[in-house]
Design a protein around this ligand. Structure first.
Ligand code: NAD
Length: 351
């Protein structure tokens, strides 16, 4: 074994029912006295309860998916005007993403309180969109100093969004196994993440108010994000990045629909990843396990249901081909990528 693995420094708390006290402790530990709270309108109620008693200087709700640059600029100006010294984000990946955009230029520390399974809180990756082009980068300033998970904040996340978001997390596990910086540490985190998500997600679907199901899913989603942050973007993320940025498709649903097709393409040349995932799922093969899970939770299948058009397939193929990671186990060609994206478009059987 020979590898270089970087572990990101961050405090992580799982405090179901106790986010308010946990966030207050984290803000105090940072010595902050002027809090900028970022939460979209939909999560305003959750944010209010979580930030009760904090020295709030500004509450900010102009959150837009994929963080357009003008949205980021307005939020940075608002942070400056309010003389904020810490950012508390309460919401999904879009909300965490706006906090990161502010931290990128101001250096303000972030305390993240996630309400989906997107996992942005555990990475030092930022994303900004200008026109139809999404740019991402890596900067240690955007890594939240602390993450406070509270399963009670997720019991209201609708089941369809929970499923799509949970499969977005599972995609972090799967892609980590062949991403450019994959290593045995990432693989261990990814396998345990996949196991926890396989148990947690059906539990969430059966009983969205179950704290146990939500906590299992949080556990899996966090491990998935840590593995992804270290391993980098594999073929799956490159495809989803192009689809999301170019055609404005919803992030989590896109990941959920693409994942089985990338897995089917790669497993014939990735026996170790196949075996690890199969063991995590408790099925003979990784694909059988993913298909079983997708059927159980009613996963999104056809991307045409979410805005992707058949006449965009060729354009998407041309945009993905130049960014295919050289580490991908199966060589990617115009032919197999076209077949893959057509199958994603129509929701065909990945096998
Ligand atoms: P999102 O944050 O846009 O949330 C999706 C929807 O769910 C929104 O309408 C939101 O208001 C709602 N919602 C969130 N939590 C809720 C709750 N508890 N109850 C009810 N409704 C709730 O979507 P997302 O999938 O979480 O995040 C997607 C964004 O995150 C994308 O821009 C993606 O690029 C980014 N992302 C970044 C990273 C990274 O490492 N930088 C990782 C993953 C995702």
């Amino acid at each position: 074994m020979r590898f270089v693995h970087e572990t990101l420094p961050q405090r992580v708390r799982l405090a179901s029912g106790e986010a308010t006290a946990a966030v207050a402790e984290e803000v105090t530990l940072l010595g902050a006295t002027r809090v900028m709270v970022i939460a979209s309108e939909r999560e305003a109620g959750l944010a209010e309860s979580v930030t009760t008693g904090l020295p709030v200087a500004l509450t900010y709700d102009d959150v837009v998916m994929h963080v357009p640059v003008e949205v980021a600029d307005r939020a940075r100006a608002a942070a400056d005007a309010a003389e904020a010294d810490v950012i508390v984000t309460v919401g999904g990946g879009s909300t965490t993403g706006l906090g990161k955009a502010v931290a990128l230029t101001t250096g303000l520390p972030i305390v993240a309180v996630p309400t989906t399974y997107a996992g942005s809180e555990a990475t030092d990756v930022w994303g900004l969109t200008e026109g139809a082009v999404k740019t991402t980068g890596v900067d240690r300033r955007v890594l939240p100093r602390a993450v406070v998970y509270d399963a009670t904040l997720m019991t209201g996340l609708p089941v369809d969004l929970s499923v799509a978001s949970g499969l977005n997390a599972l995609a972090h596990c799967v892609d980590s196994l062949w991403a450019p910086r994959t290593d045995p540490i990432n693989a261990a985190l990814a396998a345990e993440g996949a196991r926890a998500l396989r148990i947690g997600l059906p539990h969430v679907v059966a009983d969205p108010h179950s704290i146990e199901g939500r906590e299992q899913t949080i556990h899996g989603a966090y491990l998935a994000a840590v593995a992804f942050a270290s391993a980098g973007s594999g073929l799956h993320h490159k495809i989803c990045h192009v689809l999301g940025g170019r055609y404005d498709l919803p992030h989590a649903q896109t990941h959920a629909a693409v994942l089985p097709h990338v897995l089917a393409l790669n497993v014939p040349n990735a026996p170790e990843a196949d075996a690890r995932l199969a063991a995590a799922f408790g099925t003979p093969t990784a694909l059988a396990g993913l298909e079983q899970l997708r059927a159980t939770v009613g996963a999104p299948r056809a991307l045409r249901d979410h805005g992707f058009r058949e006449d965009q397939v060729a354009d998407a193929v041309a945009a993905v081909l130049p960014v295919v990671p050289p580490s991908n186990p199966t060589p990617v060609t115009t032919e197999n990528l076209t077949a893959l994206l057509r199958a994603v478009w129509e929701g065909a059987d990945p096998a």
